[in-house]
Design a protein around this ligand. Structure first.
Ligand SMILES: Cc1cc2nc3c(=O)[nH]c(=O)nc-3n(C[C@H](O)[C@H](O)[C@H](O)COP(=O)(O)O)c2cc1C
Length: 166
């Protein structure tokens, strides 16, 4: 439970690298997410190259934090493998698992949205030479946190209804 409450979006990082074994743990956790009919339509592109980080910053205006980060993972979904229209739900579960795993391993991370923004999706497709069936879903930026702000308090009991809407 602590990990769930500790996770926050981190947009400032130290120069420390993300260890390969930690990255593998994060990807293993991501791959453990539930997917509709267990189709597992996800794939991942790990990006550590600084030049590519610069190119990502040029096509994603809300992902400038990548310029100071050691690593990023792009979650993509295969439209030929997915069950019905569940690609965004599947990839969202995958993305959230990765964020929580990063927190568990002592890293900061942030989910930068791609899917749902046609312009961004096209730009990522081009930059990473994605085939037609591979849909870019999210960009996860990861690194040791240089942000001391506490996580937000997400608890809002008024959001809970019991039995009926009212
Ligand atoms: C679908 C989605 C897209 C997001 N896109 C971005 C983004 O492009 N850039 C960014 O800095 N944060 C992005 N975020 C992170 C949210 O801004 C963040 O989760 C929210 O403000 C709550 O803060 P917290 O994660 O610290 O609890 C995104 C989050 C989600 C779920």
């Amino acid at each position: 439970m602590d990990i769930l409450l500790e996770r926050k979006s981190v947009r400032k990082y130290t120069d420390d690298p993300v260890k390969d074994e930690d990255l593998q743990y994060i990807l293993r956790a991501a791959m453990s997410a539930p997917t509709a009919c267990n189709r597992r339509p996800f794939e991942f592109i790990v990006v550590k190259d600084k030049e590519t980080h610069k190119k990502i910053a040029q096509i994603h205006e809300a992902a400038q934090m990548i310029l100071g980060a050691p690593a990023a993972v792009i979650v993509v979904g295969d439209a030929d493998k997915v069950y019905e229209n569940y690609l965004p739900q599947d990839c969202a579960a995958v993305t959230q698992n990765a964020l929580l795993a990063a927190t568990a391993k002592g890293y900061g991370s942030v989910w930068c949205g791609i899917y749902g923004n046609d312009k961004r999706m096209d730009a990522f497709k081009k930059l990473f030479n994605l085939p037609k069936n591979i849909k870019p879903f999210s960009l996860i930026v990861i690194g040791k946190s240089a942000d001391n702000n506490p996580p937000k308090n997400g608890w809002q009991p008024e959001k809970i209804k019991y039995e009926k809407w009212q």
